[in-house]
Write a protein that binds this ligand. Structure first.
Ligand code: NAD
Ligand code: DAU
Length: 332
């Protein structure tokens, strides 16, 4: 099987490449990544000399480079995206370009090439917020941030290509994933590395927003299963049903690192902040998937990785990220 993985130098994409090369012997992977601020070749250092792996630096919005990268591929797994909700609030347009237009470029080339499977990695955020219960795959989409609206747009195009051109499209809606190589703008790695540096943990609003924290290994294992068992035209929620309010997540991180709870600082809330995400995962579970980690285990495993890999995150936090952090949190 020859896979085109887009956005494979980011957090989930790089974990997926590691997992696939480990689990499948007879596989070839082409990784097409623009290397934005979130893409990091260091995430793939351990496998960069693997003969089954190759890297192309390029933008999924560039039809020529996409054509070159997809040549001879049987499957496309599209992780490439702008992914941080806070950044989408400041600069929606870059999100529309990659998360909608880029998806259309990939879908077009997949149609021309005749790939057997196209997995569009989407998010539970497209459903919007839910007070009680959980969303099923057929529920109405109600995205509430520029990020989630752009992801919903990408999905809509993928569904339209399935209906109009019979493109073999599968959509996944994963929940908040955590673990190795997650860029430290996201809450769990930000709070963990801030705590390690004895800096404050900026909690938005009252901190009672609820997220389903799933280890990235579980997310990638579900995607691996869908490579074999996912059906064209279908949507799959992927979640661990590991609900935790942000404030509890922050307290757990501080306790685990032996740091004082006084490092918690409530700051101005994110505009339009979704209160709770929750998805029903019965459909993917019937295919034989179940998460290995519960919320506490997933958070503890993520903390452990950041403790053991200072050499990975310290250059990020002392580099370009610092300017972003000062600007973002200076305003709050
Ligand atoms: P990330 O921000 O860590 O990585 C994104 C990657 O995409 C980076 O390597 C970046 O360089 C690349 N990229 C961005 N724009 C590109 C473009 N135009 N062309 C080529 N490459 C480009 O993201 P992540 O957290 O790993 O998320 C991966 C995917 O999973 C995204 O589609 C995201 O919407 C989805 N998702 C993420 C989560 C989560 O909790 N992180 C949960 C559900 C779904
Ligand atoms: O649900 C899946 C989504 O999870 C993915 O599609 C997104 O790409 C990913 O970024 C993530 O979105 P969230 O907005 O939920 O994740 P984030 O890590 O940014 O924030 C998690 C929660 O913590 C959220 O309720 C906001 C809050 N938060 C976040 C930051 C960065 C804070 O309280 N303080 C912070 O500094």
């Amino acid at each position: 099987m020859k896979l085109l993985v887009t956005g494979g130098a980011g957090f989930i994409g790089s974990n997926f490449i590691h997992l696939i090369l480990e689990r499948r012997k007879d596989v070839e992977i082409v990784n097409l990544d623009k290397l934005t601020y979130a893409g990091n070749p260091a995430n793939l250092k351990a496998i960069e000399d693997d003969k089954r792996y190759s890297f192309i630096k390029g933008d999924i919005c560039d039809a020529e480079i996409v054509k070159q990268a997809m040549s001879g591929c049987d499957v496309v797994v599209n992780f490439a995206a702008e992914t941080h909700v806070d950044r989408s609030i400041d600069d929606p347009q870059s999100f529309l370009k990659t998360n909608i237009f880029g998806v259309q470029v990939l879908l077009d080339e997949a149609k021309n090439t005749g790939v057997e499977k196209f997995i569009q990695i989407s998010t539970d955020e497209v459903y919007g917020s839910i007070e009680r219960g959980s969303f099923s795959e057929g529920d109405r989409l109600s995205p509430r941030s520029p990020y989630s609206a752009s992801k919903a747009g990408g999905e809509m195009l993928a569904q339209a290509y399935f209906v109009t051109y019979n493109s073999p499209v599968i959509i996944t809606r994963g929940v908040n994933s955590i673990g190795p190589y997650q860029y430290p703008e996201k809450a769990v790695p930000l709070f963990t590395t801030n705590a390690m540096e004895d800096k404050e943990l900026p909690i938005y609003g009252d901190g009672l927003q609820v997220r389903d924290y799933m280890h990235v290994y579980d997310h990638c294992a579900a995607l691996d299963l869908l490579l074999d068992k996912g059906q064209a035209g279908e949507i799959y929620n992927i979640g661990a049903e590991n609900e935790l309010p942000n404030i509890e997540m922050a307290k757990l991180i501080l306790a685990e690192l032996g740091k004082p709870q006084s490092l918690i600082k409530h700051v101005t809330d994110r505009p339009g902040h979704d209160r709770r995400y929750a998805v029903d995962t019965a459909k993917i579970r019937t295919l034989g998937w179940a998460p290995k980690y519960n919320a506490k285990q997933a958070i503890k495993a993520a903390i452990q990785w950041f403790v053991e890999n200072r050499a990975w995150w310290e250059p990020i936090k002392s580099g370009a990220f610092r300017e972003y952090y000062e600007q973002m949190y200076g305003k709050r």
